[in-house]
Design a protein around this ligand. Structure first.
Ligand code: DC
Length: 223
C-alpha cells in the first residue's frame, strides 16, 4: 500500500512523511535523496550534467540502495554528502533529465513492491504511483518555506539570509513546475494540504485522519 506526498521544497514533506509513516507503521522513501545521490555520483565523475546519454551510462554503472533513512552509493553511506549546497544546486539539472527520471521511477516502484510505504517527492502521485492509496500535495507560503530552510541550515551551522533563500526557492519552484519531464503539480486526486501556520503534528494529524478515513471506508466496502 502506497501513500504519496509531493510538493515544493521546504513544505515539510520529509518530516511529514516520516511522521505519518511512523504513526501508520509504514516505511518511508525519500526520493529526493535518490536524485541527490545520482547528482553526487555525476559530480564525482565530472560528466556534463546536461548530457542525457552520459547520465544514462552513469546510472548503469552506479549502485544505489535506500535502507531506511539512509542512502548508499556503491555500498558507501552518502547520506550527509548529498545535503551540501553544491549537490542541492546541481540536482535541478539532474532532475530535468528524462533518462534519470525514468530510471529512478523504475527503482522507486521496485523498492515499493509488496511494502507499505510513504513515498515523498515531486512526482510520486502523478507519475510513479498513479494508483496510490492516498495522495497528498503538501505546500506552504514561500516565505514560510524559506524560514524553515533557514532554520534547517542554521541547525547544520550554515548561516544564510532570507533575502538569498527566498529567490532561490522561487527559482526552484518555477523550475520544478516548468520541467518538461514530470513537472511538479498536484495529482488530480491529491488532497492538498497547506502547512502554512500549522505545526508538524497538525500536518501529520490531517494526513493520518484522511488515511484512516479511507481505510475504514475501504473496510466497510469489503464487508
Ligand atoms: O526534496 P529534495 O530537496 O531532497 O529534492 C532534491 C531535488 O530532486 C529537487 O531539485 C527536486 C528533485 N526531485 C524530483 O525532481 N523528483 C522527486 N521525486 C524528488 C526530488
Amino acid at each position: 500500500m502506497i501513500i504519496t506526498i509531493d510538493g515544493p521544497a521546504g513544505a515539510g514533506k520529509s518530516s511529514a512523511a516520516q511522521g505519518l509513516a511512523k504513526r501508520l507503521g509504514f516505511e518511508f522513501l525519500d526520493t529526493g535523496a535518490m536524485y541527490r545521490a545520482v547528482t553526487l555520483a555525476a559530480l564525482r565523475t565530472g560528466i556534463d550534467l546536461r548530457d542525457n546519454a552520459a547520465l544514462g551510462r552513469l546510472l548503469e554503472s552506479v549502485h544505489l540502495e535506500m535502507p531506511p533513512g539512509r542512502v548508499l552509493l556503491d555500498g558507501k553511506d552518502v547520506s550527509d554528502q548529498i545535503r551540501t549546497r553544491e549537490v542541492e544546486q546541481a540536482t535541478g539539472l539532474i532532475a530535468d533529465s528524462p533518462v534519470v527520471r525514468r530510471r529512478l521511477g523504475e527503482m522507486q516502484r521496485a523498492i515499493a513492491v509488496g511494502r507499505r510505504m510513504v513515498c515523498e517527492g515531486r512526482d510520486q502521485g502523478t507519475i510513479v504511483f498513479p494508483d496510490a492509496f492516498c495522495k497528498f500535495f503538501l505546500s506552504a507560503a514561500v516565505e514560510e518555506r524559506a524560514r524553515r530552510r533557514q532554520a534547517q541550515m542554521a541547525a547544520r551551522g550554515e548561516t544564510v539570509e532570507l533575502a538569498t533563500l527566498l529567490p532561490a526557492i522561487e527559482t526552484r519552484d518555477r523550475r520544478d513546475a516548468a520541467r518538461e519531464s514530470a513537472p511538479m503539480r498536484p495529482a488530480a486526486d491529491a488532497v492538498i494540504v497547506d502547512s502554512t501556520g500549522l505545526s508538524l503534528d497538525e500536518v501529520v494529524d490531517r494526513m493520518e485522519t484522511e488515511v484512516r478515513r479511507r481505510s475504514e471506508r475501504g473496510t466497510r466496502k469489503d464487508e
